[in-house]
Design a protein around this ligand. Sequence first.
Ligand code: ZN
Ligand code: ZN
Length: 152
Amino acid sequence: MSSVYSASSLKAELNERGWRLTPQRETILHIFQNLPQGEHLSAEDLHARLVEEGESISLSTIYRTLKLMARMGILRELELGEGHKHYEINQPYPHHHHHLICVRCNATIEFKNDAVLKAGAKVAQKEGYHLLDCQMTIHAICPKCQRSLMPV
Ligand SMILES: [Zn+2]
Ligand SMILES: [Zn+2]
C-alpha cells in the first residue's frame, strides 16, 4: 500500500513529483489529516472551513486542488448520491477502509475488508501497476430510509 503520509514525507514525495506544497495546499492537507475517522468533506465543506480560518480561496481552486490530490493518491474521492463528491485522506493499511452508503440520505458506514485490498493489490501487481488505492463502495438503502418507504 501507499506510504504513511506524515507531513514531511508527503512534502518530499510531492516535490519529487513536481507538485509544490504551497501554504494553502498544506492547510488543506492539514484539515484532511485532522478529520475525525468517518468524516468526509465536500468541496463546499472545505471552502467553508478555509474561509473560517481566514483563507481567501475560490471554490473553483478548491475543486481543482481536490481533483489533483485525488489523482495523486493523497485524497480519496467518494461518490455520494446525486454526483456529490466527498473527500478524505487516503489512509494506508491498517486504516484502509471501504464505504457502505445510503443512496437516499447519504448516511455512510465505513468498514474494513482486507480481502478486497489484497485482491486489488494482486491485480495491480500482476499488471505492473503501482497501487494507490483500492476501495469498495456499496450503494444501498439504510434501515431508517427503508422504514420511511414502507406503505402505511
Ligand atoms: Zn471513509
Ligand atoms: Zn438512509
